[in-house]
Design a protein around this ligand. Structure first.
Ligand code: S3P
Length: 172
Protein backbone atom coordinates (compact mmCIF):
# COMPACT_ATOMS: atom_id res chain seq x y z
CA UNK A 1 0.00 0.00 0.00
CA UNK A 2 1.03 3.62 -0.53
CA UNK A 3 2.69 5.46 2.35
CA UNK A 4 1.01 8.32 4.15
CA UNK A 5 3.30 11.32 4.57
CA UNK A 6 2.31 13.95 7.14
CA UNK A 7 3.46 17.50 6.48
CA UNK A 8 2.70 20.66 8.44
CA UNK A 9 4.12 23.47 10.51
CA UNK A 10 6.19 22.88 13.64
CA UNK A 11 4.25 21.43 16.56
CA UNK A 12 1.18 20.60 14.45
CA UNK A 13 1.18 17.06 15.88
CA UNK A 14 2.65 15.12 12.94
CA UNK A 15 4.54 12.66 15.15
CA UNK A 16 1.67 12.08 17.60
CA UNK A 17 -0.96 11.69 14.90
CA UNK A 18 1.42 9.65 12.73
CA UNK A 19 2.02 7.08 15.47
CA UNK A 20 -1.72 6.70 16.12
CA UNK A 21 -2.41 6.41 12.41
CA UNK A 22 0.22 3.73 11.95
CA UNK A 23 -1.28 1.77 14.87
CA UNK A 24 -4.81 2.04 13.47
CA UNK A 25 -3.72 0.89 10.00
CA UNK A 26 -1.04 -1.53 11.16
CA UNK A 27 1.52 0.40 9.08
CA UNK A 28 5.19 0.97 9.96
CA UNK A 29 6.01 4.39 11.39
CA UNK A 30 8.95 6.63 10.49
CA UNK A 31 9.77 10.17 11.52
CA UNK A 32 12.35 12.03 9.42
CA UNK A 33 13.62 14.05 12.40
CA UNK A 34 14.08 10.92 14.52
CA UNK A 35 15.85 9.14 11.63
CA UNK A 36 18.22 12.09 11.24
CA UNK A 37 18.93 12.21 14.98
CA UNK A 38 19.63 8.48 15.03
CA UNK A 39 21.92 8.57 11.99
CA UNK A 40 23.86 11.61 13.18
CA UNK A 41 23.93 10.61 16.85
CA UNK A 42 22.89 14.18 17.69
CA UNK A 43 19.72 16.05 18.51
CA UNK A 44 18.17 18.30 15.84
CA UNK A 45 19.01 21.21 18.11
CA UNK A 46 22.71 20.27 18.17
CA UNK A 47 22.78 19.66 14.41
CA UNK A 48 21.44 23.20 13.86
CA UNK A 49 23.85 24.64 16.43
CA UNK A 50 26.98 22.87 15.17
CA UNK A 51 26.43 22.61 11.40
CA UNK A 52 23.64 25.08 10.61
CA UNK A 53 20.31 24.90 8.84
CA UNK A 54 21.61 24.19 5.32
CA UNK A 55 23.42 21.08 6.54
CA UNK A 56 20.20 19.91 8.22
CA UNK A 57 18.17 20.51 5.02
CA UNK A 58 20.63 18.35 3.07
CA UNK A 59 20.19 15.60 5.65
CA UNK A 60 16.41 15.87 5.23
CA UNK A 61 16.71 15.34 1.47
CA UNK A 62 19.13 12.44 1.96
CA UNK A 63 16.66 10.83 4.41
CA UNK A 64 13.79 11.26 1.95
CA UNK A 65 15.88 9.62 -0.80
CA UNK A 66 16.89 6.75 1.50
CA UNK A 67 13.27 6.11 2.48
CA UNK A 68 11.48 6.65 -0.82
CA UNK A 69 11.32 2.91 -1.49
CA UNK A 70 9.37 1.92 1.63
CA UNK A 71 5.66 1.17 1.43
CA UNK A 72 2.76 0.65 3.83
CA UNK A 73 4.27 3.21 6.19
CA UNK A 74 3.27 6.44 7.88
CA UNK A 75 6.05 9.02 7.59
CA UNK A 76 5.97 12.10 9.84
CA UNK A 77 8.21 14.88 8.50
CA UNK A 78 9.90 17.96 9.89
CA UNK A 79 7.97 21.19 9.34
CA UNK A 80 10.50 22.48 6.80
CA UNK A 81 10.60 19.43 4.54
CA UNK A 82 8.28 21.20 2.10
CA UNK A 83 10.77 24.02 1.50
CA UNK A 84 12.57 21.88 -1.06
CA UNK A 85 9.89 20.80 -3.56
CA UNK A 86 12.20 17.96 -4.66
CA UNK A 87 11.49 16.29 -1.30
CA UNK A 88 7.75 16.25 -1.96
CA UNK A 89 8.24 15.14 -5.58
CA UNK A 90 10.24 12.14 -4.38
CA UNK A 91 7.79 11.24 -1.60
CA UNK A 92 4.73 11.66 -3.80
CA UNK A 93 5.79 8.79 -6.10
CA UNK A 94 4.71 6.25 -3.51
CA UNK A 95 2.78 8.25 -0.92
CA UNK A 96 -0.31 10.26 -0.23
CA UNK A 97 0.76 13.65 1.15
CA UNK A 98 -1.47 14.90 3.98
CA UNK A 99 -1.18 18.42 5.38
CA UNK A 100 -2.11 18.92 9.03
CA UNK A 101 -3.30 22.49 8.68
CA UNK A 102 -2.79 24.60 11.76
CA UNK A 103 -3.64 28.27 12.41
CA UNK A 104 -2.33 31.25 14.39
CA UNK A 105 -4.37 30.40 17.49
CA UNK A 106 -3.11 26.81 17.67
CA UNK A 107 0.48 27.93 16.99
CA UNK A 108 0.25 30.50 19.81
CA UNK A 109 -0.99 27.86 22.25
CA UNK A 110 1.65 25.27 21.30
CA UNK A 111 4.51 27.76 21.03
CA UNK A 112 4.75 28.08 24.80
CA UNK A 113 5.11 24.36 25.43
CA UNK A 114 6.97 23.35 22.27
CA UNK A 115 9.51 26.04 21.56
CA UNK A 116 12.43 24.84 23.68
CA UNK A 117 13.06 21.69 21.64
CA UNK A 118 12.79 23.50 18.30
CA UNK A 119 15.71 25.60 17.00
CA UNK A 120 13.46 27.66 14.72
CA UNK A 121 11.09 28.51 17.59
CA UNK A 122 13.56 28.85 20.42
CA UNK A 123 14.74 32.45 20.84
CA UNK A 124 12.09 33.61 18.38
CA UNK A 125 9.20 35.78 19.46
CA UNK A 126 5.72 34.53 18.61
CA UNK A 127 5.31 37.17 15.88
CA UNK A 128 8.37 35.84 14.04
CA UNK A 129 7.08 32.28 14.32
CA UNK A 130 3.70 33.34 12.91
CA UNK A 131 5.49 35.22 10.11
CA UNK A 132 7.42 32.05 9.24
CA UNK A 133 4.13 30.14 9.13
CA UNK A 134 2.61 32.72 6.75
CA UNK A 135 5.66 32.46 4.46
CA UNK A 136 5.36 28.68 4.37
CA UNK A 137 1.62 28.39 3.81
CA UNK A 138 2.07 28.20 0.04
CA UNK A 139 4.51 25.28 0.42
CA UNK A 140 2.05 23.32 2.58
CA UNK A 141 -0.52 23.57 -0.23
CA UNK A 142 1.68 21.10 -2.12
CA UNK A 143 -0.29 18.16 -0.69
CA UNK A 144 -2.99 15.68 -1.72
CA UNK A 145 -5.42 16.80 0.95
CA UNK A 146 -5.57 18.87 4.13
CA UNK A 147 -6.95 18.21 7.58
CA UNK A 148 -8.06 21.36 9.38
CA UNK A 149 -6.81 20.91 12.94
CA UNK A 150 -9.25 23.53 14.22
CA UNK A 151 -12.08 21.04 13.68
CA UNK A 152 -10.72 18.35 16.00
CA UNK A 153 -10.04 18.07 19.72
CA UNK A 154 -7.92 14.95 20.00
CA UNK A 155 -5.08 13.43 17.92
CA UNK A 156 -7.02 10.16 17.56
CA UNK A 157 -9.89 12.05 15.88
CA UNK A 158 -7.40 13.48 13.38
CA UNK A 159 -5.98 10.02 12.63
CA UNK A 160 -9.51 8.67 12.12
CA UNK A 161 -10.38 11.57 9.81
CA UNK A 162 -7.30 10.87 7.68
CA UNK A 163 -8.45 7.26 7.29
CA UNK A 164 -11.99 8.38 6.45
CA UNK A 165 -10.74 10.81 3.78
CA UNK A 166 -8.38 8.25 2.29
CA UNK A 167 -11.20 5.72 1.97
CA UNK A 168 -13.42 8.38 0.39
CA UNK A 169 -10.67 9.17 -2.14
CA UNK A 170 -10.01 5.51 -2.87
CA UNK A 171 -6.50 5.63 -1.41
CA UNK A 172 -7.29 2.83 1.06
C1 S3P B 1 11.67 22.42 11.43
C2 S3P B 1 10.78 21.62 12.10
C3 S3P B 1 11.22 20.63 13.08
C4 S3P B 1 12.61 20.12 12.75
C5 S3P B 1 13.56 21.27 12.64
C6 S3P B 1 13.14 22.28 11.57
C7 S3P B 1 11.15 23.45 10.49
O1 S3P B 1 10.29 19.54 13.12
O2 S3P B 1 12.60 19.40 11.56
O3 S3P B 1 13.63 21.88 13.89
O4 S3P B 1 11.92 24.02 9.72
O5 S3P B 1 9.90 23.67 10.50
P1 S3P B 1 8.79 19.66 13.71
O6 S3P B 1 7.93 20.08 12.56
O7 S3P B 1 8.47 18.29 14.17
O8 S3P B 1 8.82 20.66 14.79
Amino acid sequence: MKNIVLIGFMASGKTTVGKLLSDLLNYRFYDTDLLIEKNEGKSIEDIFKIFGEEYFRNLETKTVKDFCDVDTSVIATGGGIVLNPENIDILRKNSVIVHLKTNDLIIKKRYKISKDARPLMKNQCIDDVLKRYKEREVFYKNCDFEIDLALFQKPIEIAEEIIRKMKERGDL
